[in-house]
Ligand binder design. Structure first.
Ligand SMILES: C[S@@+](CC[C@H](N)C(=O)[O-])C[C@H]1O[C@@H](n2cnc3c(N)ncnc32)[C@H](O)[C@@H]1O
Length: 282
């Protein structure tokens, strides 16, 4: 008989923490025991396994990547919203875009190249907010070659972003005019009103599964990287490694945006400070 999550001993809890740290560098504190019990208990019951001991054994022996993906889907915190921390979108519109338009560091086929990355994109609200900001503030689109990448370690949220369908109440941060311009009304889950991202915005974005601590398969440098409310889960050493990898992945003038409760103080890096939570590669 399945015990669901009742057999979560200290030993298994610590092994799960170690596994999560090794694979995703997420430090699960002692205070996450109930979260692990609740979220894995559900998965264990769905898999009709005996309990945590069984589940851990399966996790460890799995070579397909299914276990890692299931574990990350169960423990990741995906809180996000449209135009969250709006000062970053204002900065894009009022500071970043005018500067890039005036002296573009990279051109392609006669167009200004702009490559953005939402690293830890969750269900996609962040990258679509970025896309709306760009489309609303670029008045000569024929001059621009824009591509946005959105990645996350949680395959379920990546799928959500890819579908681009959001319950109507999730669009609170989007102005009425932009809801009309960038979303089509559709029937959502359980018949509730929802909105689907229109192709003009959807086609700017590519969604991909990516563990930030795996190799990055990128050919081009980015113009900006949003990695907001993700590093908060990592220890300082891991943050430092990541911030330096971001630096190397940005082109000249490239920007890094981090979450409002995050900071690079105490981290060795080469960025210049632009304003709180905004950093530039000169
Ligand atoms: C709180 S959400 C932040 C979403 C969005 N950036 C924002 O600020 O609204 C954090 C996201 O980071 C992702 N994440 C955590 N560890 C990761 C890792 N090692 N690689 C890639 N994504 C990761 C989680 O799956 C989650 O979707």
């Amino acid at each position: 008989m399945s015990t669901g999550g009742d057999d979560l001993t200290d030993d298994i809890f610590n092994k799960i923490r170690k596994y999560v740290y090794q694979h995703a560098r997420i430090s699960l504190g002692e205070n996450k025991r109930e979260l692990v019990r609740a979220r894995f208990g559900k998965v264990i019951r769905q898999r009709k396994m005996e309990g945590f001991r069984d589940y851990y054994q399966w996790m460890q022996n799995d070579a397909t990547g299914e276990a890692l993906s299931e574990v990350m889907n169960a423990i990741s915190t995906n809180l996000t919203s449209f135009f969250r921390e709006n000062q970053h979108f204002q900065y894009l519109a009022n500071t970043f875009l005018p500067a890039l338009g005036a002296s573009p560091p990279a051109m392609r086929g006669g167009k200004i190249m702009l490559r953005g990355w939402s690293a830890g994109c969750s269900t996609g609200e962040e990258v679509y907010s970025t896309g709306i900001t760009l489309l609303e503030n670029i008045h000569d689109p024929a001059r621009w070659d824009i591509k946005l990448l959105a990645t996350d370690i949680d395959t379920e949220v990546v799928g959500h972003g890819q579908r681009g369908v959001y319950a109507e109440e999730r669009l609170k941060g989007v102005s009425q005019a932009n809801v009309k311009r960038y979303f089509d009304p559709v029937m959502g889950a359980k018949g509730k009103p929802a909105c689907r991202v229109k192709p003009a915005l959807r086609n700017l974005v590519t969604f991909r599964y990516l563990n930030l601590f795996a190799d990055w398969p990128f050919r081009n440098k980015f113009s900006f990287i949003f990695c907001r409310n993700v590093m908060i889960y990592f220890d300082r050493e891991t943050q430092e490694q990541l911030v330096n990898r971001f630096y190397n992945q940005l082109g000249p003038g490239g920007h890094l945006f981090i979450g409002h409760s995050e900071s690079l103080s105490g981290i060795k890096h080469h960025f210049d400070y632009a304003q709180p939570t905004v950093y530039v590669k000169r």
